[in-house]
Design a protein around this ligand. Structure first.
Ligand SMILES: NC(=O)C1=CN([C@@H]2O[C@H](COP(=O)(O)OP(=O)(O)OC[C@H]3O[C@@H](n4cnc5c(N)ncnc54)[C@H](O)[C@@H]3O)[C@@H](O)[C@H]2O)C=CC1
Ligand SMILES: O=C(O)[C@@H]1CCC=N1
Length: 268
């Protein structure tokens, strides 16, 4: 059984930690590091996993999951890079940063894997895309899948697709939450109590998502089935098209992809 250390246990690191524990990964095979001591203490109290320094984590773990912000990765790698024996597996959770960024700061031969997961890991419904970087073999990919499969769905993608993946599924939950938030407001505009609007639209989102996943139907078909001739839905859709919602989504995801590229260019 591998020992996983999460270096930088913030929002995403904690989701991965909690998910691994839920999946039965033994607490004595997990380590965490934190920049703020009070954060580390709170995590240890909640999860029973020891908080250690970054150097100790490198020594004791065989999988190093990098959970810091991309902007903090260079500082972390300056601290630990040279101390990482090349038989450790480095798994980056960082948006934007290519595996080459890590490889350049690690001893020659250290395998690096790039992962883009998302916050529905909290309820074991994450979408996690996994890419092999330098020196990562099929066996290393299988280890990363073993870590992330219990948190939801995993998919192997070429690393060249990871910035687009980040724009779609990494950031994706935020787009859905924004839509839900806006639709709740619309319910208020139409005179519904906030709690009623909330319940209506959250269950509608869940039902629609499950249908999308389980029916195997194309979203166009599912939308057409809701859209009656001269009915209510088409009146709403005309407004969405008039306001350029589809074009806005195309531009928004392109902007997210471009920001991932910019993060990479600023990091090197
Ligand atoms: N929040 C999200 O939805 C997603 C985030 N990510 C990626 O996950 C990574 C973490 O993101 P968040 O959890 O949202 O950020 P966060 O800011 O909540 O967590 C980062 C943590 O790293 C700690 N840290 C920074 N430098 C450190 C060091 N040298 N040693 C030890 N700890 C250190 C910080 O104190 C903080 O607790 C980022 O690279 C981000 O791109 C990926 C997918 C989704
Ligand atoms: O906003 C971000 O940069 C991170 C990466 C994907 C989701 N959250």
């Amino acid at each position: 059984m591998h020992t996983v250390a999460i270096l930088g246990t913030g929002k995403m690191g904690e989701l991965v930690l909690a998910g691994l524990l839920r999946s039965g990964w033994p607490a004595d095979r997990l380590l965490i590091t934190a920049r703020r001591p009070e954060r580390g203490a709170a995590l240890t109290a909640k999860y029973g996993v020891p908080v250690v320094g970054n150097a100790e984590a490198v020594e004791r773990a065989d999988i190093l999951a990098i959970g810091v912000k991309p902007q903090d990765a260079a500082t972390l790698l300056d601290e630990i890079g040279a101390k990482v024996p090349a038989d450790k597996l480095v798994v980056s959770l960082c948006a934007g940063l290519p595996t080459g960024f890590f490889a350049a700061r690690l001893p020659e031969g250290t395998p690096v894997i790039r992962v883009m997961t998302n916050t529905p890991a909290l309820v074991d419904q994450a979408m996690t895309a996994i890419s092999a970087g330098p020196h990562a073999t099929g066996e290393h990919l299988a280890i990363a899948e073993e870590m992330f499969k219990p948190l939801g769905v995993t998919l192997r993608v070429p690393e060249s697709q990871q910035d687009a993946v980040t724009a779609l599924s990494g950031s994706g939950p935020a787009y859905f939450y924004l839509l839900v938030e806006a639709m709740i407001d619309a319910g208020i505009l139409l005179g519904l109590p906030r709690q009623v609007a909330h319940e209506l639209i959250v269950q509608t989102a869940v039902g629609s998502a499950v249908m999308l996943r389980d029916s195997g139907e194309h979203p166009v078909k599912l939308r057409e089935a809701v859209t009656s001739p001269a009915g209510t839905t088409i009146s709403a859709i005309r407004e969405l098209e008039n306001h350029g919602v589809r074009a806005a989504l195309l531009s928004a995801l392109e902007a997210a992809r471009d920001r991932a590229r910019e993060i990479a260019s600023q990091a090197v």
